[in-house]
Design a protein around this ligand. Structure first.
Ligand code: KIV
Length: 282
């Protein structure tokens, strides 16, 4: 069954946890979809885990469109959310609506996500009014890394916690259909989850959120540049990949690969005629 804004809302209401993972390509999306993931986020984290940038700031609309198109081809049932990259929605409300429209029209995603609270409520309202579901993202918002001075937990002090709770209420009021809470103390995320009628999705925000999201390279042990505290490793796929690459290199060098079963046949007669014509000894 296709996941939609309504089915995700029903999950919050019934207490059925919402599962979300990031994906950036067709094959990964297809695997996740087959496992029954509720939603796939094509995050601008692709700048780091797919493209090797230091942070998400250099990611472009073209990058997002390219990867989201691949994901939606692989995701039959998952609700696909495309991240709006840095500077695609901050400059003006008009530009925000245009770029959100491009993401939906060109990629077949079901929703867009953008970072910020009160500061981007006008954009959330306008995009929602254009019939595009918006997922908000508050707390530690990676596109503001230069303002925060690093990827730091947000909401440990009373004033900042109060601001994050207000942001959550504001984005809901502006029309957001879901909200991602990143790197927020669990107790603050729990207050927000109880206050809101829309689902909260946590990443480093504790167990009381309505759902969880992780970057798939983190949870599979593929990305090793750094591991955030919240990123539980569910499998060590990085080691399995390295073992596979190593075996391939060894077998190619020592002639064990390829074997007969990996090669194609041709009539012996054709081969001898070609050898004679090009004077190649057999
Ligand atoms: O870009 C991303 O992957 C995200 C998640 C970390 C929530 O925004």
């Amino acid at each position: 069954m296709k996941n939609t804004v309504s089915t995700l809302l029903a999950q919050k209401q019934s207490g059925d946890k919402i599962t979300m993972l990031t994906a950036y390509d067709y094959s990964t999306a297809k695997l996740m979809d087959a496992c029954g993931i509720n939603t796939i986020l094509v995050g601008d984290s692709l700048g780091m885990v797919m493209l090797g940038y230091e942070n998400t700031l250099p990611v472009t609309m073209e990058d997002m469109i390219h990867h989201t198109k691949a994901v939606t081809r692989g995701a039959k049932n998952a609700f696909v959310i495309a991240d709006m990259p840095f500077m695609s929605y901050q400059v003006s409300v008009t530009e925000a609506v245009q770029n959100a429209g491009r993401l939906i029209k060109e990629t077949n995603a079901q929703a867009v996500k953008l970072e910020g609270g009160a500061a981007v409520c006008e954009q959330i309202r306008a995009i929602t009014n254009a019939s595009i579901p918006v997922v908000a993202h508050i707390g530690m918002t990676p596109q503001s890394v230069n303002v925060f001075g690093g990827f730091k937990v947000q909401g440990k002090e009373y004033g900042r916690a109060e601001q994050i709770i207000q942001d959550a209420l504001d984005v809901q009021e502006a029309g957001a259909c879901m909200v991602v809470l990143e790197c927020v103390p669990a107790e603050i995320a729990a207050i927000i989850t109880r206050l809101l009628s829309i689902p909260t999705i946590g990443i480093g925000a504790g167990a009381e959120c309505d759902g969880q999201v992780l970057v798939y390279q983190d949870m599979l042990g593929i990305f090793s540049d750094f591991t955030p505290k919240f990123a539980k490793r569910f499998a060590d796929v990085g080691s399995v990949m390295q073992a596979g690459f190593q075996a391939y290199i060894e077998e190619t060098k020592n002639g064990k690969f390829p074997q007969k079963e990996h090669t194609f046949k041709v009539d012996a007669d054709i081969v001898s005629r070609l050898r004679a014509q090009f004077k190649v000894e057999g």
